[in-house]
Design a protein around this ligand. Structure first.
Ligand SMILES: *Cc1c(COP(=O)(O)O)cnc(C)c1O
Length: 375
């Protein structure tokens, strides 16, 4: 019997085996050409990724967090400036703001989608606001039009945190192409994942692309012509070669993720005390995560799943304003009631293109059994 095998939260091993030949060939090619830093695979990947996003430039960097920090710096945002972002994101968004020298200003989110609300952004504006970072959380696009309108009226920069939303699309525009710049992570578990750390910034702004590319490469104009004290945050050639292979499959994976989300919806519809994810519009969600809400005993549900060898996650268990890392910002518990409530009630179920129907049935049966009071 295999019915009690562990159901992984993200099946990276399964994905490797599915594309093994292609991936091994790309890795071997990199080794045989010693194309470890820079090189043709990186240029090809950057070109392909920019094309996917519908932007003029993609600049490969070391990771998604650096992509955000460098975009902010490249746009001239730093000490004395405030940057508005969602309070329920991964810490990286806020860390990048801090490391650019600016101050994160958090806003609460929409209860149904867990995404940034334009009204909250409006209410958080001050004379020091310089930028807004909407986060396309769980793989779903923030409704960008009203955010861009606020930015235009107040002359603010907008940087999309698209780390979870590769190829999410609304009205013909993909994640990355709505704002001044957008930042992606290729952390292994993301929808497009490397075999190590990697990230990219995409933009239509020639000057910004050029600045980030130089800053991330020791401030180089040429080999020894360092124009500024930059840093080393490059995407390496091996990751680029791996990502080049995976990029060819990304749109298939998005479809597979959406199909699995739809199937979870059907299996879990009507289960009492369980709220299913709200999708704003079909293509706008690429289901990096499938996040349900349970009205009570969330931690008991996770333990119940774990007992049945089903992995799960919480994204994220602590609202950023309550983390010790940001206590100096001076926010109190209760400042962001929606995000704080969501943090208590959300559970991310296993999700990846490799998730099988049998695995989904087991997950759904376990959720139903828990709610029904089985032990
Ligand atoms: C993963 C992630 C990042 C950071 O990416 P790294 O590549 O891990 O630095 C930033 N923002 C969000 C929302 C993320 O999920």
């Amino acid at each position: 019997m295999t019915t009690n095998d562990t159901i992984p939260f993200v099946d990276l091993v399964g994905q490797y085996h599915r594309y093994r030949e292609e991936l091994n060939a790309a890795i071997q090619h990199t080794l045989e050409n010693a194309a470890f830093i820079g090189g043709p695979a990186l240029s090809r990947f950057e070109g392909g990724f920019a094309e996917l996003c519908g932007t003029k430039h993609a600049v490969g960097v070391g990771n998604g967090t650096d992509a955000i920090e460098l975009a902010l710096r490249g746009l001239g945002i730093g000490p004395g400036d405030e940057v508005i972002t969602a309070v329920n994101t991964f810490i990286a968004t806020a860390e990048a703001i801090v490391h650019a020298g600016a101050k994160p200003v958090f806003v609460d989110v929409d209860e149904a989608t867990a995404l940034m609300r334009p009204e909250a952004v409006e209410a958080a504006l001050t004379s020091r606001t310089r930028a807004i970072i909407p986060v396309h959380l769980y793989g779903q696009l923030v409704e960008m039009a009203p955010i861009m309108e606020i930015a235009k009226a107040k002359n603010l920069a907008v940087i999309e945190d698209a780390a979870q939303a590769h190829a999410a699309e609304e009205n013909g525009t993909r994640a990355g192409a709505f704002a001044n710049a957008a930042c992606f992570s290729f952390y292994p578990g993301k929808n497009l994942g490397a075999y190590g750390d990697a990230g990219a910034m995409v933009t239509n702004d020639d000057r910004l692309a050029d600045w980030v590319r130089r800053f991330a490469n020791h401030g180089r104009a040429d080999k020894f012509g360092h124009e500024m004290a930059g840093r080393n945050s490059r995407m390496d050639g091996l990751q680029a070669a791996i990502l080049e292979v995976k990029l060819r499959h990304l749109l298939t994976w998005s479809d597979e993720r959406r199909a699995r989300a739809k199937r979870y919806d059907e299996l879990l519809k009507g289960v009492s005390g369980v709220t299913l994810p709200k999708v704003r519009s079909e293509g706008a969600h690429v289901f990096h995560l499938y996040v349900i809400r349970v009205s009570k005993d969330r931690d008991d549900l996770r333990a119940f799943l774990a007992d049945r060898n089903i992995q799960s996650g919480i994204h994220y268990p602590i609202s950023l304003h309550l983390l010790p890392a940001f206590k100096d910002l001076g926010y109190e518990p209760g400042a962001f009631p929606v995000a704080e409530r969501l943090a208590q009630e959300i559970v991310s179920l296993p999700m990846s293109p490799e998730l099988t129907e049998a695995q989904q049935d087991r997950v759904a049966d376990a959720v139903r059994a828990f709610v029904g009071g089985a032990s």
